[in-house]
Design a protein around this ligand. Sequence first.
Ligand SMILES: [Zn+2]
Length: 93
Amino acid sequence: MIRKFPFADKPNTACFTCCHVLEEHKPILYVSHDDDGYWTFHCGESHTEKELRVVSLAEILRIDPSVADLARLDYGLYAEAKDEKSNWVVNRI
Ligand SMILES: [Zn+2]
C-alpha cells in the first residue's frame, strides 16, 4: 500500500522502461535519473531503441513498488542491482 507518492516528480511523468520489464515481467535491476531529469527503469541488460517503452512513474511504481526506495536518487546518478535480492549500488552516470 502506497500512502504518498514517493517521487518529487508528478505521477504522470513519463519515464523509460524496457519490453522485458513491461511485457515479460523481468525484475527492475537498473534505475537512472539523468542530468535532464529523465528516469529509466529497466532489466539491466543493454537495449536497442525498439526494446524501450515509455510509461508513467505511477505505472512503474505499480509494476515494482520497491523502486520507491530510489525515488530520491539525485540527478546524474544510476543504481544497479545484481538480482532482486541484492542491494542497490549507486554510481554516477
Ligand atoms: Zn530489458
